[in-house]
Design a protein around this ligand. Sequence first.
Ligand SMILES: C[S@@+](CC[C@H](N)C(=O)[O-])C[C@H]1O[C@@H](n2cnc3c(N)ncnc32)[C@H](O)[C@@H]1O
Length: 287
Amino acid sequence: MASVLTDRSDAAAGGLTPRALRVLAGLVHSYSGILLGPDKQMLVSNRLRKRLAELGLESYDAYCERLATPEGAEEIETLIDLITTNHTGFFREPDHFRFLSEQLLGPDGPVKAGSRTPLRIWSAAVSSGEEAYTIAMVAAEAARRGQGPEVEILGSDISRRMVAAAERAVYGLDAVAAIPAELLRRYFQRGVRSQEGQCRVQSQLRSRVQLRRINLLDEAYPLNGLQHVIFCRNVMIYFDATCRDAVVDRLVRHLLPGGYLFVGYSESLNAASHGLESVRHGVYRRP
Ligand SMILES: C[S@@+](CC[C@H](N)C(=O)[O-])C[C@H]1O[C@@H](n2cnc3c(N)ncnc32)[C@H](O)[C@@H]1O
């Protein structure tokens, strides 16, 4: 009884009805792998409210109808942009960057300094770019020590809005607070006057990172060859188990033998079932 009443009053107020939530969750899941359970009603309605107003729509049901039209195909990308959680940070889960610096960019890493082959690293859910630029700083520091090989970094995300933010590479003071002062001085420019309070990744470091939109649910990934290292952190927690397993198997196929897959600290994998060896917390190796 209570849910019927809630349902009616929500609908009367143009609110997100359970039916509309099911339709939106189905679209989001089939497009991105992201699972939106019934408990996400508030999150979905909050994130889409402004978009409904922009489109002049009076209800979430009308928005679902819009998505079902031929023009709706483009709107699905906007829906995904609004629904995805993009939380990230420089040096997030720092043990991974220590491992990258000491093991993979060190003298015993998969590619030796001075080799003609670059070490290829892919940040596969790059969000606004912090992960890829952290990798670039760590690689640049290894090179300064005369240690690291050349590095080719690709950052990608399903969200065009996030890829555009990563391309801009402009961050607020809160975001750069996690960066050691010396690296901040070396690799960022501080904004002045109207840009006061903002920092931009310096152009040489930016030029080391290619950015592109890639959906991890796609059957094939448009990469420049197999990768030595893939970071795919804090995205598969939003997928259901079937999507997660399919994505991990596909990522493994894009790794060179001896290559490494990094996942988030809270995303442990059943390594053997994907043909991987566990190396340390959140780090796996393709034998
Ligand atoms: C929480 S952020 C993680 C960012 C970064 N990897 C980190 O650990 O800090 C998750 C990112 O995954 C992206 N994402 C979600 N589904 C995706 C998919 N199917 N393909 C590619 N990226 C996806 C989101 O747009 C979001 O930017």
